[in-house]
Design a protein around this ligand. Structure first.
Ligand code: RB5
Length: 154
């Protein structure tokens, strides 16, 4: 089955988003670019919300690793903070391949956050490919991530 990858950025992540989309289109992936379409200064929460809502609207598809999001800003931090305000979104800032693999394997992260001012293109590509390929291990990790929703309401 073909994976679908949603991407969005702010102006600080626009160049990296453009480069990652080019790479994904060469791979066997469906790509949805949720904007922006230029480098004009913009606010990252709006784009994080757009991607989160699109991913959550998909229901089951968003839970099995076949629909994943990538959010890019200058650091990845603002995007992850904004995206993680949505219950059901597990957004992880990754700066190396180990974090990317563990974010999927243990945390079932459904959104990868990258910082264009933090990682170069080569590393970003490696992180992205690792994230997209790594399966969630389930088991005790499922029990733990299920507690995100209950504990955060306390
Ligand atoms: C924009 O200058 C920058 O603040 C933004 O891209 C991001 O890094 C915020 O977390």
């Amino acid at each position: 089955m073909t994976k679908t990858i949603l991407l969005a950025s702010d102006h600080g992540g626009f160049a990296l988003k453009t480069a990652l989309i080019q790479a994904l289109r060469k791979d066997d992936c469906r790509v949805e670019d949720l904007g922006p379409d230029c480098t004009t200064s913009c606010d990252y929460p709006a784009f994080a919300d757009k991607l989160a809502q699109r991913l959550l609207a998909s229901g089951e598809e968003g839970q099995n690793g076949m629909l994943l999001g990538i959010l890019i800003c200058g650091t990845g931090l603002g995007m992850s903070m904004a995206a993680n305000r949505h219950p059901g979104i597990r957004a992880a800032v990754c700066t190396n391949e180990f974090m990317a693999r563990m974010a999927r394997a243990h945390n079932n992260a459904n959104v990868l956050c990258l910082g264009e001012r933090v990682v170069g293109l080569g590393l970003a590509l490696d992180i992205m490919h690792t994230f997209l390929a790594a399966p969630f291990e389930g088991g005790r990790h499922l029990r733990r991530i299920e507690q995100f929703e209950t504990h955060s309401m306390a």
